[in-house]
Design a protein around this ligand. Structure first.
Ligand SMILES: Cc1cc2nc3c(=O)[nH]c(=O)nc-3n(C[C@H](O)[C@H](O)[C@H](O)COP(=O)(O)OP(=O)(O)OC[C@H]3O[C@@H](n4cnc5c(N)ncnc54)[C@H](O)[C@@H]3O)c2cc1C
Length: 271
């Protein structure tokens, strides 16, 4: 049977797109390889789901292209306040911390997933689970999708929301990128971001497990590449926490290492 719109991937992006399309009157089928929707969403914010931040601004995003004009247009159309109001229509109440972070009132990512799942049901979205996409073929007036161990599906419109490559055991493994390239889409190089940073920790083994607020400065031969401030966690293999996650994309772009990270734990005590 031919579907009107197929949305591939039941993460936050795919579920949101499905709800908006269904609310606008479209007949929507949401297709997901996992046995449940929102699998990655479940682990976000350490199970607490950090939903947004009121400090969101175009200049806070790092991009190789001129991101600011189009990001400003995107945020003007649907910013953090719009998101919070829309989540409320799904029955999801939120609160904000003093520094702008937005969390569900329940402090539970599980409740966020449940709110999305119920909203999809109420909106009449058809959800097909355990459907792993293997192929996309252009056909007259649409697409034909092939799945692992399932019948193929045809649709007139196709929206891909299959995520990136972070935490592949949760579903998004990057296997859809080559399928899109075959259709003629360009793929920008994938770079890890917002992750921990592996460092030579031999001298710091006794600090394992310690958390501290710090200023982190990333240098390449004395040239400052980035500077952040936030919580820092010492692990066996490197550093974790917002202070390094916020500059990890700069580390990733310098494949081969040779970078230096300077930590200042006394920033709040300097005169
Ligand atoms: C540990 C961790 C913590 C995080 N914490 C936060 C946080 O607190 N706040 C925040 O804003 N962000 C957080 N993030 C980032 C956030 O999870 C992602 O930005 C978000 O999930 C992206 O949504 P998405 O819908 O684009 O992709 P995904 O959530 O990855 O969803 C894509 C879906 O597509 C499906 N899919 C992929 N390929 C196929 C295929 N071939 N066939 C069928 N289905 C397929 C996948 O199974 C998946 O369900 C965190 C990420 C991680 C890994």
């Amino acid at each position: 049977m031919e579907k009107e719109i197929i949305i591939l991937g039941a993460g936050p992006a795919g579920m949101t797109a499905a709800l908006f399309a269904a609310q606008a009157g479209a007949r929507v089928t949401l297709v997901e390889r996992n046995a449940q929707v929102g699998r990655k969403l479940l682990v976000t914010g350490s199970g607490r789901a950090n939903l947004s931040n009121h400090g969101v601004a175009p200049e806070r995003y790092f991009s190789t292209s001129q991101a600011e004009p189009w990001l400003a247009a995107v945020f003007a159309q649907f910013g953090p306040t719009d998101l919070v109001q829309w989540l409320r229509t799904l029955g999801l109440l939120t609160y904000s911390t003093a520094d702008g972070w937005v969390y569900p009132l329940s402090n539970s990512a599980q409740s966020v997933v449940q709110a999305f799942a119920s909203a999809l049901e109420r909106a009449g979205v058809e959800v097909l689970l355990e459907h792993r996409l293997l192929s996309i073929r252009n056909i007259k007036d649409g697409f034909e999708l092939g799945f692992e161990g399932q019948s193929s599906l045809r649709c007139r419109k196709l929206l891909i929301a299959a995520g990136g490559k972070a935490y592949p055991t949760l579903g998004s493994q990057g296997d859809v990128f080559p399928l899109l390239q075959k259709l003629g889409h360009a793929l920008v190089p994938l770079v890890p971001a917002l992750g921990p940073v592996a460092c030579d920790m031999r001298a710091y083994q006794k600090l394992q497990g310690i958390r501290l607020d710090a200023q982190a400065t990333l240098l390449d031969h004395e040239q400052v590449l980035a500077q952040t401030r936030g919580n820092l966690i010492f692990t066996q293999w490197g550093l974790n926490g917002p202070a390094v996650m916020d500059l990890s994309h700069r580390v990733a772009r310098h494949a081969g290492g040779g970078l230096e990270l300077r930590l200042n734990f006394l920033l709040d005590h300097e005169t």
